[in-house]
Design a protein around this ligand. Structure first.
Ligand code: AMP
Length: 402
């Protein structure tokens, strides 16, 4: 069976067609500038999706974007399937499931209503995610669809981890609490970690997952269940990221807003889009560029790297304390999988917890590998994440036989 995985944004739509027999991506692409005068579809296919087919067009809405994606998938020169009916189901990434979704679910009227009910919690993403779902319903009626929520894995957190110390009425009236994000990745990677560690005869009860990419988050996972995570009501909370500040004193918002004559929304935009590695280094939000700038002597870039690693190290310590110990530490996502120096820096000084990285083993990039010293008490691993495959696997599990 083939499953189409969709990640719909407000003006773009990413997709992957995955063959579930081989678990390989047979085609993937991006529809950009939906709803604008000019749009573009970039469709990739063939071995390792290295062939490219680009269409310049105008997407009136998400429905016309999905329509063109399906046309590309069956195109006689660039397509990968003979008929759209070969797509057995569609899996959608949905940002916010609030406290309504603890797992993925088949899209029905109740599911769509619940996604709508979460609009206030994910005002930029949830409406776009729902548009993606409605577009697929319109263009491929009868094909089962599944919604996979970025927040669902974190719903096992206990109240002491998810509540903020604000008046209870705001939680009751507005559902203001920590939700956490990247849940599909944390679930996929922690599940794989438990499998690997057990197969190697190692303990896997208490794990910290470091999802370190452009957006970054950590989670504490006890017996396969999330007990704490670093992102909060929105993805702004937690560690320093590519363009996000991560946690800070909320009074900073008022201070910036007053001094710069900005609204709260404008200030939050700065904290989301112009801060983090970019804001501190002044060079870039991309870790590779920041590394390069630091190597070339840019002191602010070096400070950004120091802040990045220090903040992550503090979370690891906090989660070890929260879990009463740590059996394994896992690195994943763009930086976590590829940046050996970044991983080493994060783990500096953590030997008191039993975390010791082996320099030679740590040279690994983008593949599953143990990087801790032989005999170190804590297993440290690199485990590549694959959110699209995780979405496809959930979609398959929920739709098989339907
Ligand atoms: P993601 O959001 O998971 O796609 O990760 C994107 C981040 O991974 C960017 O900051 C990239 O600079 C970073 N990244 C990718 N490859 C490398 C690498 N070889 N070394 C350091 N950072 C990398």
């Amino acid at each position: 069976m083939k499953i189409l995985v969709i990640n719909a944004g407000s003006s773009s739509l990413k997709y992957q067609l995955i063959d579930m027999d081989t678990q390989l991506v047979v085609a993937k692409g991006l529809a950009e500038r939906i709803g604008m005068d000019t749009g573009k579809l970039t469709h990739k296919y063939g071995r390792d999706c290295e062939e490219k087919f680009v269409v310049d067009t105008c997407f009136k809405d998400h429905t016309s974007a999905i329509q063109l994606v399906l046309e590309a998938l069956v195109d006689k020169d660039h397509g990968v399937i003979a008929d759209v009916k070969e797509i057995g189901a569609v899996g959608h990434r949905v940002l916010h499931g609030g406290d309504k979704f603890t797992a993925s679910c088949i899209v029905d009227d109740a599911c769509k209503k619940a996604i709508r009910d979460c609009f206030p919690l994910g005002p930029l993403h949830n409406p776009a995610n729902l548009q993606g779902i409605l577009a697929c319903e319109a263009v491929m009626p009868g094909t089962p669809q599944v919604a996979v929520f970025d927040t669902a894995f974190h719903q096992t957190m206990p109240p002491e981890a998810y509540m903020y110390g604000i008046p209870m009425e705001y939680y009751k009236k507005y559902a203001i609490r920590r939700y956490g994000f990247h849940g599909t990745s944390h679930r996929f990677v922690s599940g794989r970690a438990i499998e690997i560690l057990k197969a190697n005869g190692k303990k896997a009860d208490k794990i910290v997952i470091c999802h370190l990419g452009n957006g970054s988050s950590l989670s504490a996972v006890v017996n396969g269940k999330c007990v704490d995570t670093s992102m909060g009501l929105t993805p702004l909370e937690g560690v320093l990221m590519g363009t996000r500040s991560g946690s800070l004193d909320p009074a900073v918002v008022e201070c910036i807003a007053n001094n710069e004559h900005m609204t709260v929304t404008e200030t939050l935009n700065v904290l989301n889009k112009k801060s983090g590695l970019l804001g501190i280094s002044g060079a870039s939000s991309d870790m590779r560029d920041v590394n390069k700038a630091a190597e070339e002597g840019n002191k602010d870039a070096q400070l950004a790297l120091d802040m990045w690693a220090y903040g992550i190290r503090k979370y690891i310590g906090a989660y070890a304390a929260a879990m009463g110990g740590i059996d394994a530490l896992i690195f994943t996502a763009g930086i976590g999988e590829n940046d050996a120096a970044g991983r080493a820096k994060v783990c500096e000084g953590l030997s008191f917890l039993g975390i010791e990285i082996d320099e030679a083993k740590n040279k690994v990039r983008g593949e599953e590998a143990c990087i801790s010293k032989d005999g170190a008490p804590v297993q440290v691993w690199v485990i590549p994440t694959n959110e699209e495959l995780a979405i496809a696997l959930d979609t398959l599990a929920l739709t098989e036989g339907k």
